[in-house]
Design a protein around this ligand. Sequence first.
Ligand code: 6R9
Length: 645
Amino acid sequence: MVVTESQDKMYYPPDDLKRDAHVPDFNSYLALYRKSLENPEAFWKEVADDFFWKKPATGPMLQYNFDVTIGNIYVKCMEGAKTNMCYNVLDRLVRERNLGEKVAYYWEGNSPDHHMAITYSQLLSQVCRCANVLKKMGVKKGDRVSIYLPMIPELVYTMLACARIGAVHSIVFAGFSSESLCERIMDAQSSVLVTADGVYRGEKLINLKQIADEALEKCREIASSSVTKCLIVKHHALRTKSGAACNKLQTPWDSECDVWWEEVMRDSPEECEPEWLDAEDPLFILYTSGSTGKPKGVLHTVAGYLLYTSLTFKYVFDHHHDDVYWCTADIGWITGHSYITYGPLANGATSVLFEGIPVHPHVGRFWEIIEKYKVTKFYTAPTAIRLLMKYGREPLQKYDLSSLRILGTVGEPINPEAWQWYHEAVGKGRCPVVDTFWQTETGGHVLTPLPAATPLKPGSAVFRRPWPGIMRTVYRNHERFENSYFKKFPGFYVTGDGCRRDKDGYYWITGRTDDMLNVSGHLMSTAEVEAALTEHPAVAEAAVVSRPHKVKGECLYCFVSLKDSREFTHTLVEELKRLVREKIGPIATPDFIQNAPALPKTRSGKIMRRILRQIARNEKDLGDLSTLADPKVVEELFSQRCEAA
Ligand code: 6R9
């Protein structure tokens, strides 16, 4: 990131926020930080004391080895303890804290006409009923359940039901293709798939059940499918208004395997004894892109993840009982797991659960929702901020945003211009912006300011470092876990991101240092997209790089070399875009596809991505080209580069 003067301007926490903050100033933060380093045992024990343990720990709060030269990498938290995540985030609050009547979620549908409030006791009874349904389907402790649902209450019910019975949920973002879903079901070897008939995303109707069926069909083609039952929520048919404007969906049905959610939930009992799990039993798997192209099943475990998400939620958003918190992420990503479901519920928070998109039915939807629920803490992604910035301040002026107290961002570096707009136009200069850096692997925030304690610089994040919430392994591939994160610098966990430390000790994330791309806050690997492109019969070779994009942060710029006698046409470009969409999902759709009669390679045959990146960005000063096998290639690529999408 280029340092500009504005980045050195400091923004100080407002006094009214400091008054009742959990961490009211920088010295209190330092004291906490030191305690977490000098006496992690006492620090984490205090956090654990808030929760329910069926059996206390026999081992220390944290045990680990981060050094591959010494032995296997492992992390263990509270060995010997027995607990249950679902009990801690629901029963404990309803029974011990008397929060049964408190709203856990305000669900807001894609259309503003669809909404409902769900209290903690209602949530508990739905979760128990779902847990009993899963049990009846044969799901047992340790079994995997794949969940392919939009942002509807049933998504939360299902994940917590899994947590209650000790099943391991594997949520697949409902924008992923059937191919991606199949790959994740196969890797997790799930026995049940939970999905919905269909969903509107903005104006677009998506037939989820059909995609789910295609995925299961693909699984069966490759091997015998592990999935024996598919549970389907009637969402589109029940919660979307019928009428001329609303399309009817054909829901394919396999009576051997398919079960309607509504039918089995109706008679399912509301009592379900939680399964008491070991602290280190798995809680969930969530797939994230790996630089080799095959997604990694990041595994998180019960106790450490509970402690870490609850603590970071409380401090980073300075949570108070009367807050209304809204994180706009999808639960299909880690941000939703940690900061829509587990972290907020562990704190007894009231959250907004939003199904829709920022620009439907109008570009002021986010601001309308903030006004409607009097949202106090708002957490979104730089890509959404940049998108909404395009419409200026006018849509904001129609709504009362005075309830807001803290703003947060996550997913990618935020450019100072977007940071300032967020701070001024949305927060009216009154709300600190917490820029939270973290990853699927870290489970929760690892580098972030605290809203009342840290003077802010737009675009950076401040370092904190405790950590029971780190991933434990790559599911069924511990070696890949060790190689990906611990090989490069023995003794350290490596995130894969570059970072610069300034004279005041602020850390500036500069983006990925590996072959990963960040499009609208979604991480993907170049290898994954290249593999999709080369499946086309006309393509001999493909190389994908990133190019800066005003809204998405980065977008995909693809170079394709065609097989002899194949012609580069507009139709081919469209076919290739469609192919990537089908293989991975719409988020991976390339913005640019350029014909590359040849690719710049080193003498040893390695594609020089640095040069391709510079061509994509029209940077003429290419530096040292001495390792290039054939320098003429570069000129030719420059002459054919795509200016506009
Ligand atoms: C939570 C999440 C992780 C990657 C990470 C980094 C990028 C996330 C960021 C950020 C700069 C921030 N990233 N937050 N970069 N500033 N505040 O996004 O997890 O999907 O696993 O992505 O996202 O590159 O390594 P995940």
